[in-house]
Each structure stands twice: as structure tokens, then as C-alpha cells.
Ligand binder design. Sequence first.
Ligand SMILES: NC(=O)C1=CN([C@@H]2O[C@H](COP(=O)(O)OP(=O)(O)OC[C@H]3O[C@@H](n4cnc5c(N)ncnc54)[C@H](OP(=O)(O)O)[C@@H]3O)[C@@H](O)[C@H]2O)C=CC1
Ligand SMILES: CC(=O)[C@@H](O)[C@H](O)COP(=O)(O)O
Ligand SMILES: [Mn+2]
Length: 379
Amino acid sequence: MKKVAVLGSTGSIGTQTLDVISRDPEAYEVVGLAAGSNVDRLLQQIHDFRPKRVSVGTKQLADQLQSQVPAGVRVGYGEEGLVQVAAGSGADYVVCALIGSMGLTSTLAAIEAGADIGLANKETLVSAGHIVMQRAKDKGISLLPVDSEHSAIFQCLNGEDRKSVKRLVLTASGGSFRDRSRNELRDVTVEDALKHPNWSMGAKITIDSATMVNKGLEVIEAHWLFGLPYDRIDVVIHPESIVHSMVEFADTSVMAQLGNPDMRVPIQYALTYPERRVSPASPLDLLSRGTLNFRAMDFDRYPALRLAYEAGRSGGTATTVYNAANEVAVARFLRGDIPFLAIEQIIEKVLNRHTASAFPDLGLIHETDQWARREAASL
Ligand SMILES: NC(=O)C1=CN([C@@H]2O[C@H](COP(=O)(O)OP(=O)(O)OC[C@H]3O[C@@H](n4cnc5c(N)ncnc54)[C@H](OP(=O)(O)O)[C@@H]3O)[C@@H](O)[C@H]2O)C=CC1
Ligand SMILES: CC(=O)[C@@H](O)[C@H](O)COP(=O)(O)O
Ligand SMILES: [Mn+2]
């Protein structure tokens, strides 16, 4: 039986993880849950799964929760609370489904405690990929991708000689505005931006899909997870999100993983790897689907993806800046402070003000992250 802690249990990935777990109760014990501010949902999860340790965003919320949890449940808060759930709950498997680079400290704590990681929180790899990968290697733990594209690539690479990989091809839906020109993006609303054509996800990643920053983060995530240089990681537009990504090999063979868009499939695969178990997802019916479409990425239409490649190639703190500036810009867009197109402008301006340091330590990453946030807030 796997002892699982879920960081970000009340979010889109967190709730789907608990859905997967609840369908196979013999296989899992939930020992830790961490959320931000959705105390009602967390309370329900505590009653359903009986974890030993839980955490919320603030002391005030922790005090509110404490009086309502069953005896024996330890309630923490803030970053320390997250670390206690990640590394002090006895979990041997931690699902990292927090949003943004705030997930970095607790992910590193889980690795340090020797837990295997199911990683949805791509921003941790974008912010500090070399540190996360090195510490996972040093500890000998498994870092299993949850992100659908990276799960697809991971599945295509199963049993293959990594030396025979020619390139990775990530698929991108094109996001909520894929059928609009740049001119038509000037006055788009938050409400429209939140309508992803294929996936139901949290607000931040849905905006990232619309700007194509999500694919930028994923290119950098793929670089760290699979160890390929950026000129061997490509992106194509695939509006249906049925082909989740592909790997091209030296002999020209292309392997792809397909399925209906349902995150419970990659979540479950990350939990049960190398086994495959029955899934609640609906089976893919290609006959009723008919046609699958692919078109070339247009970097003029989606400049945020070009910026991600540039940041990735600069390396070191450049990707930390790309991520942090984006997090602030998306939060500003969501609260109506800036227009949609300002997101990519802010990322570009903050990157232009930064001189990247190669191989930063955690202290410098934290400092750079904070600097980029201040810059992005001031523009
Ligand atoms: N959703 C998806 O389908 C996919 C998501 N991902 C990645 O997975 C990660 C999670 O995304 P998603 O589930 O959509 O995001 P959500 O916004 O739906 O969920 C985020 C989670 O983080 C918690 N959280 C937020 N702030 C804090 C805080 N200060 N302290 C503790 N917990 C906090 C939230 O708690 P609360 O709600 O209680 O405040 C919630 O549980 C992201 O990195 C995303 O890019 C990757 C592929 C697909
Ligand atoms: C489900 C998932 O993995 C998301 O990251 C998804 O890929 C978003 O879709 P697009 O970024 O392709 O629009
Ligand atoms: Mn993805």
C-alpha cells in the first residue's frame, strides 16, 4: 500500500488525484493533505481520507480548521505546514499539485525525505530544474511526470534506448483564443480567456494555455525531465488534444500516446507506474472522432513561446525570471489590472532587465524569483 500525501489537494489536479485514489482504496493510504484557502473542501477530504497531517495557507485558517478536524489530525499552515505534510507525514509518495514556484520548497523537502514524486507542478522545474533533478538523482527517488504531455513522452520512452531519441514533439491545443488573430486579442475578457477548448483546469494554467506560456513552461519542463537540448524539443498545434505528445527516433519512427483529454489517466499512471490499471476515463473512439489536425507553431502569434525558448537557452536564472514574471502578470490579468496582451509584454520586459547567472544555488533562485516578481508588479 502506497502512503500518499497530496500538496494542493483542493485544486483541479489534487481533487482528480483523490478521485483516482478513492477508486482503488486497497492500494493507497492518504497520510497528508495540503491546501490554500478552500477549508470546506479540505474538511470534506479530511473526513473522507483521514490523513495524519494537513496544512492550509494561513494561521487564521489553521485555527478555524483545528476545531473541526477529528482528534489526532495535526494541522499546520504556511510554508512550514507544507513541508510537514511533504516530509513529516510518513508519505512514501508525494503528489505535487501546488500552483507556481511556491511548490519548490515542499517538493525539495519531499525528495529529501526519500519520497517518490508525482509532479504536476511544472513551475518548480522551470524555476530550479537543475537543483530538483540533481537532488532527485542523489536521493535515488523516482520523479514521475503528471503533466499530460510529459506523461505521454515518458510512456513513449518506456523500454527505449534514450540515445536513439531524435526529438520530442509537444502538442499544444492553441488555448482559448486559438482561432483569433493577435488584433482580436486586445480587448479579450478574463471570462473568455478561462474557456479552454478541451481541458477543465485551474485558472492560472488556463490563462497560460491561452498565452502559450504553458507550452513554454512545458518545453523547459521536458528539457529537465528528459535531458534533451532545446533544439530537439518542438511544439506543434493540435487542436483536439487527443495526441498528448510524440517522440521521434533515429530510425524515423514516431511514437505517440493518445487518449481523450482526462487528467486522471496521467495522474493514475504516475501513481501506479510501471503497472497500468483500469481507469474511469472514457475510451478513445477514433472512428467517431474522425480527423486529427496538426499545424505548425506560429511564434509571431505566440511570442511567449519564443521567449521561453530564449530563456531556456540562456539557462540558469533566466527561466526562474520567465516563470516568476508570468505568475505575477497572470495574477494581475485575473484581477482585471492589465489587459491580456500585457502578460507577454511584462515577461519580455522583465527578462530584458535580467542578466542570467548559470547554475544558481537555491538562495540565488529565491532572490531572483522575488526580484522578478517586484519588477513584474511595477510594470
Ligand atoms: N489542472 C490541470 O489539468 C493541469 C495542471 N497542471 C499543473 O498542476 C499544478 C496545479 O494546477 P491546478 O490543479 O490546475 O491548479 P488549481 O489552482 O486548481 O489548484 C492549486 C492548488 O494549490 C493550492 N494552493 C494555492 N495557494 C496555496 C498556498 N498559498 N498554500 C498552499 N496551497 C495553496 C490550492 O488550494 P486552495 O484552492 O484551497 O486555495 C489548490 O489546492 C500547476 O502547476 C499546473 O500547471 C499540469 C497539467 C494539467
Ligand atoms: C492537461 C495538460 O497537461 C495541460 O497542460 C494542457 O496541456 C493544456 O493545454 P494546452 O497548453 O495544450 O492548451
Ligand atoms: Mn500539459
